[in-house]
Design a binder for this molecule. Structure first.
Ligand SMILES: *[C@@H]1O[C@H](CO)[C@@H](O)[C@H](O)[C@H]1NC(C)=O
Ligand SMILES: *[C@@H]1O[C@H](CO)[C@@H](O)[C@H](O)[C@H]1NC(C)=O
Ligand SMILES: *[C@@H]1O[C@H](CO)[C@@H](O)[C@H](O)[C@H]1NC(C)=O
Ligand SMILES: *[C@@H]1O[C@H](CO)[C@@H](O)[C@H](O)[C@H]1NC(C)=O
Length: 867
């Protein structure tokens, strides 16, 4: 029997597409990786009958590009090596076991149909998938093509079935352009980021950012925001004068304010000449009245950039959030694919049919019915970028089907769509010209004739101010009531709004419709800009100093031309007009030279840092004693928090996002540093640690960033040998270790994963008994002691000893939780869609001590108490 494997980009898409292709007759099962389902049915394929179809999915990118792990050691690797060292594709999410899963499902199948999203990233994932299944598939008979690509823009019956009948070949050049972008961003971003992070964090204590990142897109994005800031800062207000005249009509006696045609005058003496001329008259004369019909044009079809702009300026939603919602609406079949540059409806798109879907809506049904009966207007000519059609609604939804923000985005997409087929807004614009001596003044007013599309896009409604205009005739005389000279000042422009920034990025070719929201999000997260009222982007001192530093050393690092030139090259690769290798080589050579120049000129940037930030020696407060010099080290609280010893000039990293305290002034037996305790609130992880061991692991099995609960010191009372209770109930490598500092909310925490076991709440003392193991499960025996009146033990006993898993009287006082995860230091910037390039800390692989192994059935038993 012939088999066809099909792969979509997300599990929910696989299900929707399978239901459409199988006419809702597919049978579903879970894949062995637990994350992706497989949907199966029988049908025909390319003239073959009784073909077995299998539809499944990946979860975004299968692979991520990274350096081999030896290059991810910041202390040992010179960042300039990152321009040429080897790279490797790693599994983007090892937990999903995606390559093995795909290979297993592909076995005995002859054909592969790729249903990845139809953009460059999607094309790249196609090749990742093909790589996984190549070896396990059978060759089709008779030289038929094995790998097929489906091209579609929405999850509708029509689109999906059409795509299935017009399969094409996957496009390797598009995929290559993504490979090139990933590699460039990884190498350039990491080299600069590592160098400047180490340089500046080693010197300053109040930078308040855990990573001083550079990104080929991120930095020009920041550059726009700082550029506007500089204009505001260097703006010198100028004084000007204007003549304000009020007149009265003879009939009604109503007072009217006139606008001076010269508007403003920057010379006071000249302004006074005009003033005395005007003042010498008693009457103003109406010299002309002109009324013209004008139009405010309906919008062109919606693309991603416009959606993000309106979401930010109209809905108050950041572009990153807005795109996540749009993507959800797409997957649910409510709107078409939301990542597109096109603003032109394709000729075969049935506009009327799409409109008819909405005629029963209680929100815009009336407008739709009217449009359908009067005939729709030809949409304005837009730009066809040849990618996806513009964003349109695909299915009618009502307010109660969608949650708040989803509804708001959907509502906008629908209104925009209907508006693009609606009439222009027509209005009458009236100008009354008035003369006083030789000076001209005027009054203007607008009156709506036909609201057209603004009936739908109500926020675009014209401000009518026609009622302010008097009824006058040419030649009428108006009595002058008041004349004065007003002194005013010019004002600087405002900070860029997010919507302005999106416009600038689009104009200068920084990022793509898919990555623009990611770059904006990044500069906020790195604390380079903050979002002010009206979603204005206000750069922080750090953001400003960075950009000024680049401008001082090498403006190319900030100016957008450099990046747009690179994006053009990438586009050439995508269209088969440039060679992948040579583009990569050429670009890396340029950036390597720029990097070297930057490194040797860094003092130029440092001079700017010196003025704005405090050195480590000046920051922080005395906290705990250094084991080497016995003097107090300083606790630097800004991000990243650190300990700094002034005497030894040594910096020790601390766990981030936790609250750090001294632990009874106890010392580490290995190095004499004072032991500290970190807690991340009631639901977070907590453990004691020695700040020196945390940075310089004392034993082979220990890695950096580990606490005493991972320390294999044979006798130390803080180590895992003294406090370990059993193997973790969830992960394979971890040990559950008593947090001896957690009194009175006692807990055990896994020293590898985020499992937390709470137990013996309010007990006065909890300890792990050495040398005593449970005879049933081999877990360490624990002892609990309560104060009078607080006991939760049976019959109010004050102390008990036993196994927390097997002794029923103790196990009922035990609960499992998951810690709220502490974030690790990411090692580089995110690039585009999820998978690619999000740093993950590697869990250590230390061998645990000889602790009890909890048998499976005991775990199940314990599970009964889990909340
Ligand atoms: C005066 O108004 C008429 C229309 O009423 C217009 O055609 C003409 O251009 C106007 N003249 C001036 C000088 O604005
Ligand atoms: C709208 O309502 C009419 C009458 O109730 C019904 O015939 C029609 O199918 C509905 N159209 C849509 C698109 O739901
Ligand atoms: C891909 O690019 C190569 C040149 O690098 C070109 O020869 C080839 O025709 C391109 N393929 C497609 C499908 O455009
Ligand atoms: C900048 O770097 C170049 C090249 O390494 C070097 O020749 C030059 O002296 C540096 N300039 C400054 C101001 O340090």
């Amino acid at each position: 029997m012939v088999g066809v494997l099909m792969v979509a980009e997300k599990p929910s898409l696989a299900l929707s597409i399978a239901q459409i292709l199988s006419n809702h007759k597919c049978v579903s099962r879970k894949g062995f990786n637990g994350a992706c389902s497989v949907h199966e049915w029988t049908g025909s394929f390319q003239g073959l009958q009784g073909v077995k179809f299998k539809m499944t999915s990946v979860c975004g990118h299968v692979n991520t590009l990274d350096f081999p792990s030896k290059y991810n050691n910041w202390d040992r690797v010179d960042p300039s090596e990152l321009f040429y060292c080897s790279t490797e594709k790693k599994e983007a999410t090892p937990k999903l076991k995606m390559p093995a899963f795909l290979a297993a499902e592909a076995k005995h199948n002859e054909f592969l149909v790729l249903w990845l999203d139809c953009d460059k990233e999607g094309e790249n994932i196609c090749f990742e998938v093909m790589n996984c299944v190549l070896d396990s598939m059978k060759r089709p008979q008779g030289g038929m093509r094995q790998f097929h690509r489906a091209k579609f823009s929405s999850i509708t019956d029509k689109d999906i079935k059409l795509a299935m009948n017009t399969l094409v070949e996957p496009d390797e050049n598009q995929s290559k352009s993504v490979d090139a972008r990933q590699e460039l961003d990884l190498r350039i971003g990491c080299a600069f980021t590592r160098f400047q992070t180490k340089f500046f964090q080693g010197k300053y204590g109040d930078l308040d950012s855990s990573l001083i990142s550079y990104g080929p897109c991120q930095t020009p994005t920041l550059g726009f925001c700082v550029g506007r800031h500089d204009i505001i800062q260097t703006f010198k207000p100028e004084t000007y004068w204007t003549i304000a005249v009020k007149v009265k009509t003879e009939l009604s006696g109503r007072q009217l304010v006139l606008d001076w045609d010269r508007q403003r005058c920057f010379d006071k003496e000249v302004a006074q000449l005009f003033l005395s001329d005007v003042k010498s008259h008693k009457y103003a004369t109406v010299t002309n009245i002109s009324s013209k019909e004008k139009a405010k044009e309906r919008p062109i079809a919606l693309n991603t950039v416009e959606l993000m702009r309106v979401a930010s300026s109209g809905l108050g939603m950041g572009p990153h959030h807005a795109m996540q919602i749009a993507e959800k609406l797409y997957i649910q079949g409510f709107i078409s694919y939301p990542r597109t540059e096109s603003t032109h409806y394709s000729e075969n798109f049935d506009l009327k049919d799409a409109l008819r879907q909405h005629q029963n809506s209680s929100d815009w049904g009336a407008e739709v019915r009217e449009l359908l009966s009067q005939g729709i207007n030809k949409p304005k000519k837009g730009h066809d970028a040849g990618d996806h059609p513009p964003i349109t609604p695909m299915r009618a939804a009502s307010r109660d089907q969608l949650d708040g923000d989803s509804w708001r985005v959907y509502d906008y997409v629908v209104r925009h769509f209907i508006a693009s087929l609606s009439r222009n807004c027509k209005y009458l614009s009236t100008v009354i010209t008035i003369a006083i001596g030789d000076e001209s003044f005027s009054m203007t007013g607008k009156k709506t004739i036909d609201p057209g599309f603004t009936a739908l896009m109500t926020w675009q409604t014209l401000l009518e101010d026609d009622e302010n205009l008097p009824t006058v005739n040419k030649g009428d005389q108006l009595m002058i009531d008041d004349v004065r000279l007003l002194e005013k000042q010019t004002s600087p422009p405002d900070y860029l709004t997010e919507s302005d920034l999106i416009t600038l990025m689009e104009k200068h070719g920084i990022g793509t419709d898919a990555s623009i929201p990611v770059h904006i999000n990044n500069i906020c997260q790195r604390n380079y800009v903050t979002i002010g009222a009206g979603r204005k982007l206000i750069p922080t001192t750090l953001g400003i100093v960075l950009v000024h530093g680049y401008l001082k050393i090498d403006p190319d690092l900030v100016h957008p031309q450099m990046r747009s030139a690179v994006e053009e090259q990438l586009d050439l690769i995508a269209h088969g007009r440039a060679n992948f290798k040579s583009v990569l080589k050429h670009t890396l050579e340029i950036f390597k030279l720029k990097f070297q120049y930057f490194v040797s000129n860094i003092s130029g940037m440092d001079q700017l840092f010196e003025v704005s930030f405090s050195t480590l020696a000046e920051s922080g407060r005395p906290f705990s004693r250094c084991g080497k010099c016995r003097r107090f080290m300083k606790y630097v609280m800004a991000k990243p928090s650190r300990l700094y010893c002034n005497t030894c000039d040594e910096t020790l990293n601390l766990p981030q996002n936790g609250n750090i305290k001294l632990y009874q002034e106890l010392k580490c037996p290995l190095d004499d540093f004072e032991i500290l305790y970190v807690t991340a609130g009631g639901s977070g992880k907590s453990y004691v640690f020695c700040p020196y061991c945390y940075n310089n692991p004392p034993f082979r099995e220990m890695r950096k960033d580990m606490g005493c609960n991972s320390c294999t010191h044979p006798t130390c009372t803080h180590g895992q040998n003294s406090n370990g209770v059993s193997q973790c109930v969830e992960c394979e490598e971890g040990i559950l270790v008593l947090d001896a500092a957690s009194i009175p909310k006692w807990k055990l925490g896994c020293n590898r994963c985020d499992v937390i076991i709470r137990l013996f709440n309010d007990a006065a003392k909890v300890s792990v008994l050495d040398e005593k193991n449970c005879s049933e499960c081999d877990a360490q025996i624990m002892k609990v002691e309560y104060k009078e009146g607080k006991s939760k033990l049976e019959e109010g006993e004050l102390t008990a000893e036993g196994c927390i898993y097997c002794d029923e009287s103790l196990s009922r006082l035990v609960e499992k939780h998951h810690a709220v995860l502490m974030r690790r230091r990411p090692n580089r910037q995110g690039t585009g869609r999820g998978g690619a390039g999000r740093g993950r800390g590697k869990p250590g692989r230390g061998r645990g001590g000889k602790r009890g192994k909890v048998p499976k059935d005991k775990m199940a038993q314990l599970a009964a108490y889990f909340v």
